[in-house]
Write a protein of this length. Structure first.
Ligand SMILES: NC(=O)c1ccc[n+]([C@@H]2O[C@H](COP(=O)([O-])OP(=O)(O)OC[C@H]3O[C@@H](n4cnc5c(N)ncnc54)[C@H](OP(=O)(O)O)[C@@H]3O)[C@@H](O)[C@H]2O)c1
Length: 499
């Protein structure tokens, strides 16, 4: 459900529209599990959109939130799993009430002002999961809200401990803006004169090699097809990228070095890191050591890193160069903007300059959805080669994936196994387990294969060499249409992180 919500009133209108839709359709919910059937889900979307359209014409929406008898409107409060609240919405003299139960296992802190402005630590969109219960029946859905005001800025933590940055299960409250940078940051960049060109004796200098785009650069507006023989996809930048890799979020020190080396030794050729993960040095070291040990050549490894909102995007040239320096592998195959930010266009254009210099090969985005892409793409010259978003059987992004692919952009899924803290439930899902048993493979392999068959590149994270190897063995079996459908039916719209 992509909708524009430009004012505080609309935030609540959207919330309210959901409530209206839920009450209209709650009779279709599965009483025992609270899960929806896919048919009901699309009816609900249509009803919500209709209600939202009608209500958007009106003004003066107001909301109050009560927890128990306490009116917590205008106060900061924590929603944890099972938190119950009453939401009252008034629109042009009409008012209605709903009891809501917060059912996500990740904590969220929101502040609802008397005007109905929901504040979180970032401007942009946020999603709050609500479950509405009526008698025996309950329906859950994620409500998308537009965050129009942000809380005061907190200093950025460059060690990757930025609150809310991929800390599954950490319960880090989303209270503060961390990624906005400070006014005036825009001018803080001091460009380094050409001294850091990586064409010294580094493994894989930026000198063009075999994998450089040739004359057969693909049509940039056509969905890129996966080649299951070479296990690669041709990006719109002309470079080949492996379709399965290793994610390195939360891996540090020796554990990170060992995981990356183990992956390279097992044939993994795609490594995902980020400035915010605080492990680019370890990733770089593992790649250099593997090259020295003759396990891989630099040109055969595809390394993705990302720069983070806030001060990094405010001074993009310095931050991009810092990533290159920390990785120290000559060039970076792809750099992503980690999240949308007020300086994202500026940062993207800075990456374009590094591409021209041969220090970076392809550009991509992370956590960009339909609305964000629609607004962003007209402002830049290079179509991103890749968008990396949360995708797993419980959060399938079925509307977003084809939208991105039809732009000729490759989709890569993060948290393919649900993310830490959620893997047990996903890997133990009865549908997935049954399919795994039928093929004699693991649940993880089924989920990763399901992604590949949907045209989604996978970067499962692991520090376990057996899992790392298992996660590469995805090409000796395939899922039938019926099996794909059974997994598709597991979608709950259940995000496992806030962005
Ligand atoms: N762009 C973004 O905003 C963003 C956000 C989040 C993540 N990411 C990227 O996406 C990557 C993947 O996400 P993630 O690592 O957080 O979560 P994930 O891949 O969904 O799950 C990782 C968990 O799965 C376990 N696991 C891996 N393979 C397994 C197997 N074959 N069998 C059983 N368990 C298995 C791992 O444990 P073991 O270590 O024991 O194997 C680990 O606990 C990250 O590493 C990061 O590179 C990007």
């Amino acid at each position: 459900m992509e909708r524009k919500t430009n004012s505080a009133g609309k935030v609540i209108i959207l919330f309210f529209a959901f409530m209206v839709a839920v009450s209209l359709f709650s009779g279709h919910a599965d009483a025992a599990s609270g899960k929806k059937t896919s048919g009901v889900s699309s009816s609900r979307t249509a009803a919500a959109e209709k209600a939202a359209k009608q209500l958007q014409k009106q003004t003066g929406a107001k909301a109050t939130i009560k927890i128990g008898k306490k009116n917590v409107t205008k106060q900061t409060y924590s929603l944890t799993k099972g938190s119950k609240a009453t939401l009252k919405v008034s629109v042009s003299g009409w008012s209605g009430k709903k009891k809501i139960t917060y059912s996500s296992s990740s904590k969220k802190i929101v502040l609802v002002t008397a005007k109905g402005v929901i504040k979180t630590r970032k401007t942009g969109t946020a999603k709050i999961k609500v479950t509405v219960k009526g008698g025996q029946k309950s329906v859950s859905a994620w409500v998308k809200v537009k965050v129009v005001k942000k809380s005061p800025a907190k200093p950025e933590q460059p060690d990757g401990n930025t609150p809310g940055t991929e800390k599954p299960g950490s319960g880090t409250p989303e209270t503060e803006q961390t990624g906005g940078g400070n006014p005036g940051d825009d001018t803080s960049e001091t460009e380094k004169p050409d001294g850091n060109t990586p064409e010294t004796e580094k493994p894989g200098s930026s000198t063009p090699d075999d994998s450089k785009p040739g004359t057969d650069t693909p049509d940039k507006t056509v969905k890129a097809e996966f080649n299951f023989k070479t296990k690669t996809v041709k990006l719109n930048s002309g470079y080949e990228m492996p379709i399965n890799g290793l994610g390195t979020y939360s891996l540090h020190g020796e554990e990170c070095i060992n995981a990356v080396k183990s992956a390279l030794a097992s044939g993994v050729r795609l490594i995902d890191t980020a400035s915010a993960y605080g492990n680019e040095e370890e990733v770089g070291q593992a790649i250099r050591e593997s090259i020295e040990e003759g396990i891989v050549k630099r040109k055969d490894v595809f390394v993705i890193t990302k720069i983070y909102p806030g001060s990094e995007m405010a001074s993009p040239k310095n931050s991009i160069q810092a990533c290159l320096d920390r990785l120290d592998i000559g060039y970076v195959d792809m750099m992503l903007l980690h999240h949308p930010d007020r300086n994202d266009v500026k940062a993207y254009k800075a990456i374009e300059e590094f591409v021209k210099d041969g220090k970076i090969r392809s550009i991509g985005l992370s956590n960009w959805y339909v609305k964000e892409l629609t607004e962003f793409l007209p402002q830049v010259d290079t179509t991103p080669a890749l968008v990396q978003n949360e995708i797993h059987p419980y959060y399938q992004e079925n509307d977003v994936i084809p939208f991105i692919q039809d732009l000729g952009i490759v989709v890569q899924g993060w948290y393919p196994l649900g993310g830490r803290g959620h893997t047990a439930e996903l890997l133990g899902d009865p549908v997935i387990s049954a399919i795994a048993k039928d093929h004699g493979v693991s649940s993880a392999q089924v989920i990763l294969r399901w992604n590949l068959q949907k045209g989604v590149v996978v970067i499962p994270g692991s520090s376990n060499p057996d899992h790392i190897k298992e996660n590469t063995e995805l090409y000796h079996f395939s899922l039938t249409e019926d099996e794909m459908d059974r997994i598709n039916a597991l979608d709950r719209g259940e995000k496992h992180d806030w962005y």
